[in-house]
Design a protein around this ligand. Structure first.
Ligand code: HEC
Ligand code: HEC
Ligand code: HEC
Length: 88
């Protein structure tokens, strides 16, 4: 039984490493922003945001309000109002 649990944990760990974080929360003063990475990936495909091999993308205020998040929302009908992204 212990071995089974260990094996399951190993598989879970490996999957997390490959598929990255399912949900990322950006904490900030305006209200936290929850980015559902998995859902975005499934709907849009990895190439929508990652060029080549997917890797960490730095998100700061400027990126988020521009190309990294909001520009695509304007084009494709995602949330663009402050409180649609920032939740207190
Ligand atoms: C809507 C844009 C978007 C899409 C689509 C997307 N990603 Fe990401 N990805 C990001 C952002 C933003 C980060 C940085 C997250 C953070 O701040 O940790 C990231 C980070 C990553 C990382 C680095 C590890 C990590 O968790 O930071 C990997 C690996 C990754 N993505 C893989 C994928 C794969 C595989 C897909 C397709 C199934 C995908 N991404 C689809 C935006 C996206
Ligand atoms: C390439 C296009 C694209 C990019 C880049 C993108 N999004 Fe989205 N996002 C969408 C679309 C399209 C929807 C609407 C999905 C729906 O309603 O089915 C959406 C929905 C959302 C939602 C509301 C639904 C939910 O998941 O809770 C939030 C919040 C969100 N995005 C945050 C972000 C953040 C934060 C970033 C940047 C780190 C980002 N998005 C980058 C296309 C994008
Ligand atoms: C598409 C989602 C989205 C929308 C729409 C959006 N923001 Fe943001 N905002 C973010 C993300 C993501 C960050 C980066 C958070 C981080 O750096 O940790 C951010 C950062 C910020 C910051 C910096 C906070 C800090 O503590 O550094 C402020 C202030 C802010 N936004 C205000 C606004 C206002 C005002 C609006 C409406 C005019 C707005 N945002 C609309 C996603 C969004």
């Amino acid at each position: 039984m212990k071995k089974l649990i260990l094996a399951a944990m190993l598989v879970a760990f490996t999957l997390t490493a490959v598929y990255a974080s399912d949900v990322v929360t950006y904490e900030n003063s305006k209200g936290n922003v929850t980015f559902n990475h998995k859902e975005h990936g499934e709907k849009l495909g990895c190439e929508a945001c990652h060029a080549g091999e997917p890797a960490k993308i730095e998100i700061d205020k400027e990126a988020a309000h521009g190309d990294a998040c909001k520009s695509c929302h304007k084009d494709k009908g995602g949330p663009t109002k402050c409180n649609d992204c920032h939740k207190k």
